[in-house]
Ligand binder design. Sequence first.
Ligand code: MN
Length: 499
Amino acid sequence: MLQTKTDYQFWFCTGSQDLYGDECLRKVAEHSAKIVEALNASGNLPFEVVLKPTLISQAVIRKTMNDANNDPNCAGVITWMHTFSPAKMWILGLQELRKPLCHLHTQFNEELPYDTIDMDFMNENQSAHGDREYGHIFSRLNKQRKIVVGHWADEAVQKEVGAWMRTAIGVLESSHIRVCRIADNMRNVAVTEGDKVEAQIKFGWEIDAYPVNEIAEYVAAVPQNEIDALVEEYYSKYKIIDEGRDPAEFRQHVAVQAGIEIGFEKFLTERDYHAVVTHFGDLGALKQLPGLAIQRLLERGYGFGAEGDWKTAAMVRLMKIMTAGTPNAKGTSFMEDYTYNLVPGKEGILQAHMLEVCPTIADGEIGIKVNPLSMGDREDPARLVFTSKTGPAVATSLIDLGNRFRLIINAVECKKCEKPMPKLPVATAFWTPQPNLKVGAEAWILAGGAHHTAFSYDLTVDQMVDWAEAMGIEAVVIDENTNIRDFKNELRWNAIAYK
Ligand code: MN
């Protein structure tokens, strides 16, 4: 598994002031501690929340926000104005904060205490007032933040905070993503292109190209005993579907992918790359298009995009980081819209690629096949074949419109294909885009979405929208609420908003 940091913490910072005296501040601290304790005990948050002392002055706010910036374990700040917290004292701290922020608009007390309520109670349960003052300055500063509204003990609220935490990890970790381009983009293809300098400015991605033969030398240098051991692992882990091919010849083809897997990973590890792209038309001394090898790297957390698609490779890596450690994760993969089922009532898109679909999304048995590629000029590559899980998922496409990036986010429903497809030698998924194929495909095409996607069962549309917002890029959503007339207007208005 490609290492990702999984021990991040989030700071819980309560705002108040000293107008109501020490007794009130003592209660503020006590309430905050109880909330933090409950959040951590809930099991609904993927990361620990750490309580910080109540913030009641500009100097302390500024120091706390800068401490958050400088603590590598701190992935973000959760703020809540227990009582009234005059917002001018937050200006400097918020201006200097560079980590993601969640404004948890909650209140310690859940129900109005009808029989006992008095002005002391009102002053001590005042976030309806204090959080508005605080929110105002955020809006005035035009700073991005996530707002979560509701009682802190409500499971839905806790899960919303938990989902935001994963978005925050995506924001924070984006700047460390390094993409290794093996050769260039596929010739003549538009959607895999883009402004790499702007991608580094906006997302922090480092995107470097290497001649294919530099990595091919690493593949050629892999010792035979390492290849043999990995092939043994493949044969014990996956079902061998040789379809009448000579077993020894089949094994030789598989062994080529084992060499590619080991050689590629060594090359990427030595240079600290976390995502990789290949191009079937520029394979240099490689004997096969990396197939099974790339699938195994994807499974270990690497991002991948085919045909030189570095934007999708970085997005796949990003989404793998965001979902790292998710209990019962269903998987995250590079994907491609391939062919339709247009039968009324059964509409959907068969998803695959020539080879490179991540086995984390597999449902059931995974097999190995060796088949001709029908493109390019190399020997038949070995690949993992499987079908994928069912259920809701999200498919994203990051495109470069020339003056800006746009992230297209489609909620999709993954299904089983009606029948097996025994002659198809690739891993597949099958999904119906929301709100249905007709509207979903039209909206996707109107927005300029690619045929390549970064896909995950373990992230939601909202998490991806929040990520795009935090990165300062346009995002458009295609989901159950999409209709074409409104969607066209949204694209039209965004063209002005993001000018
Ligand atoms: Mn492709």
